[in-house]
Design a protein around this ligand. Structure first.
Ligand code: ADP
Ligand code: MG
Length: 238
């Protein structure tokens, strides 16, 4: 089971409070979309869950465990960033399996995981290519593949599609949705694309200036925004 629980989470950079007492309860297998204006703290919040930043105060729980002091590699998560951060000199195969090699997973297990994931993402014909020989969409699939083979209970996505053109973004949105339906993992997904939020989310968290303003289903957020900020941000008519 991989519930994710944030309790009164604060993060300061020097004197600047960036995350200001966030509480969030995410159920096992939920697809949470985090939206909000640039600079409101979305990436910082994901980085805290991933362990790439340390909390100033509060608690983060993944599954049964409080993970405040657990290093990123020992958290049951994998993260996909906006910039693909693939190794340019390594093949697609090596980019995907690199994390498994460092974790000393047996070779035949690696091969099986690679085959599964690359079929799922339609990149099984591209394994010997280098990132420079791929399109943007293909590179993003490889980045997702690298996260998927780790087989964590929780995926964190930070604006994974925002570098793609509109057509590809819609195509990949459908792929992400299929992945979630097929794998049933818990996902926290940051986007500034409202349509992406409405179509992917089981619940949307609307963030502003280090606070969660509203957390609810797409219908609730759209039909009953708690304030003008949420209404304006999600573009609802009221
Ligand atoms: P978002 O992802 O919503 O655009 P971020 O989480 O990246 O927002 O940033 C939130 C705020 O925290 C911004 O004002 C940003 O400048 C600040 N910030 C982020 N990372 C750091 C850091 N490492 N040091 C200082 N300030 C930071
Ligand atoms: Mg960000």
């Amino acid at each position: 089971m991989a519930r994710v629980e944030l309790r009164n989470v604060w993060k300061k950079f020097g004197p600047v409070e960036v995350i200001k007492g966030v509480d969030l309860d995410i159920e096992d297998g939920e697809f949470i979309v985090l939206v909000g204006p640039s600079g409101c703290g979305k990436s910082t919040l994901l980085n805290l869950v991933a362990g790439l930043e340390t909390l100033t105060s509060g608690d983060i729980r993944i599954g049964e465990d409080v993970v405040n002091d657990v290093p990123p590699k020992d958290r049951n998560i994998a993260m996909v960033f906006q910039s693909y951060a693939l190794y340019p000199t390594k093949s697609v195969r090596d980019n995907i399996t690199f994390g498994m090699q460092t974790r000393r997973i047996a070779h035949d297990m690696q091969e099986r995981a690679l085959a599964d994931v690359s079929q799922l993402l339609h990149i099984d014909q591209l394994l010997e290519r280098k990132p420079g020989q791929l399109s943007g969409g293909q590179r993003q699939r490889v980045a997702m593949g690298r996260a998927l083979v780790r087989n964590p209970d929780v995926f964190l996505f930070d604006e994974p599609l925002s570098n793609l053109d509109a057509k590809l973004r819609i195509e990949m949105r459908t792929e992400v949705k299929k992945l979630h339906l097929r794998l049933g993992k818990t996902i926290i997904y940051v986007t500034h694309d409202q349509i992406e939020a409405m179509t992917l989310a089981s619940r949307i968290a609307v963030m502003d200036n280090g606070h969660i303003r509203q957390f609810g289903t797409p219908e609730e957020i759209y039909e009953n925004p708690v304030d003008l900020f949420v209404a304006g941000f999600m573009g609802s008519p009221s």
